[in-house]
Design a protein around this ligand. Structure first.
Ligand SMILES: [Zn+2]
Length: 341
């Protein structure tokens, strides 16, 4: 990537020496800016993206959440579990295997401080008085005991808990001799780890697509899912990204059928999507089939529901053979599972 750019820069330099016109100076200037900019875009941005994602899975996150929620309730504070995850990611060099309830509590305690405060509170006191009342039977005045109440103000001591700012905790860890890079911790916090919690697949192992039959399942005989619709950490890019469809686990070369009657509007390679087929169905809904190994249809073809349109592959940005399958309604990706169960 860098070599041709250097070549261009050298050529531009020679051109500059030959004719020093304002336009060639401008062109040379643009090239000078483009080289470092390209290097930044190509190398530095992907590296920083990978570094910002804590290496936690859903069970790790749930452990942090549970422990922190318990502390927050007990001490009535608002400790943020994301901060603890970010610190542990930096302290433990991204290894979360030794994290337990007690290590999380120990770290949480570094955020907490308390003070004793006296507070006023009201209490109702009851007392009895004697009053004279007319007895309606004897028609005489009699002394009776009557219970009355009054509000009294009292004081008591209470423990009030507070949370230190993140920076204070980081400074105290550093002063304890813990090797910690503040910026690294902040980087780990730039991704909302709530996104890590992919919706769990509540499908049984022998699940088969059902539903109304409006859409035909695109990979006959293959129903396993690698990823479902929703927020997830991209398996290759390692960044939080919305997953627009289903990743159906199917072997290389397995046939893919059209979900509905429609018109093929695309059957070509498309970057990260690999070999892609887009079909606009007769009812104006849209299906997308990505990462194919090969096509059986071409742009402009009219297809029938259930007709083979191509074959499963792993082209584009993909970790192995699977079909990425989308249903779009009015252009918006919709959860395909809604139509199959
Ligand atoms: Zn996918």
């Amino acid at each position: 990537m860098a070599a041709p750019l250097v070549g261009v820069a050298v050529k531009a330099g020679k051109a500059l020496a030959a004719t020093v016109s304002p336009s060639s100076i401008l062109r040379f200037g643009i090239i000078l800016i483009m080289i470092p900019l390209t290097l930044v875009l190509v190398f530095i941005i992907p590296i920083s993206m990978i570094l910002t994602v804590p290496n936690v899975d859903t069970s790790d996150i749930n452990l942090y959440k549970t422990v922190v929620a318990k502390i927050n309730t007990e001490k009535s504070v608002q400790l943020q579990f994301q901060q603890l995850i970010a610190i542990d990611a930096a302290l433990n060099d991204q290894i979360f295997t030794d994290v337990s309830e007690s290590t999380i509590k120990t770290l949480a305690n570094k955020f907490l401080w308390s003070e004793e405060k006296t507070e006023e509170y009201k209490e109702t006191e009851y007392y009895q008085v004697e009053e004279s009342k007319l007895n309606p039977v004897t028609k005489k005045m009699e002394k009776v005991k009557v219970t009355k109440s009054k509000e009294v103000t009292k004081t008591r001591t209470v423990t009030v808990w507070h949370v230190y700012p993140l920076d204070t905790v980081l400074n105290s860890l550093i002063s304890e001799g813990k090797i910690i890079d503040k910026q690294e911790v902040l980087n780990y916090m730039s991704v909302d780890v709530n996104y890590f919690e992919m919706q769990t697949l509540d499908l049984p192992d022998n699940w088969t697509p059902g539903g109304t039959g409006e859409y035909e399942w695109p990979t006959p005989g293959y129903f396993g899912l690698d990823a479902i619709f929703g927020m997830r950490i991209h398996p290759i890019k390692k960044i939080a990204k919305f997953h627009n469809g289903l990743d159906i686990d199917a072997p290389m070369g397995a046939p893919i059928v059209s979900s509905k009657d429609g018109l093929v509007t695309r059957a070509s390679y498309a970057g990260d999507s690999g070999n892609s087929i887009v079909i606009i169905n007769l009812d104006k809904t849209e299906n997308r089939y990505l990462h194919l190994s090969s096509y059986k249809v071409k742009k402009g073809d009219v297809v029938k529901k259930g007709e083979i349109i191509g074959y499963v592959g792993s082209t584009g940005l993909s970790t192995g053979p699977h079909l990425h399958y989308e249903i779009r309604i009015k252009g918006n990706p919709t959860n395909p599972l809604d139509y199959f169960r």
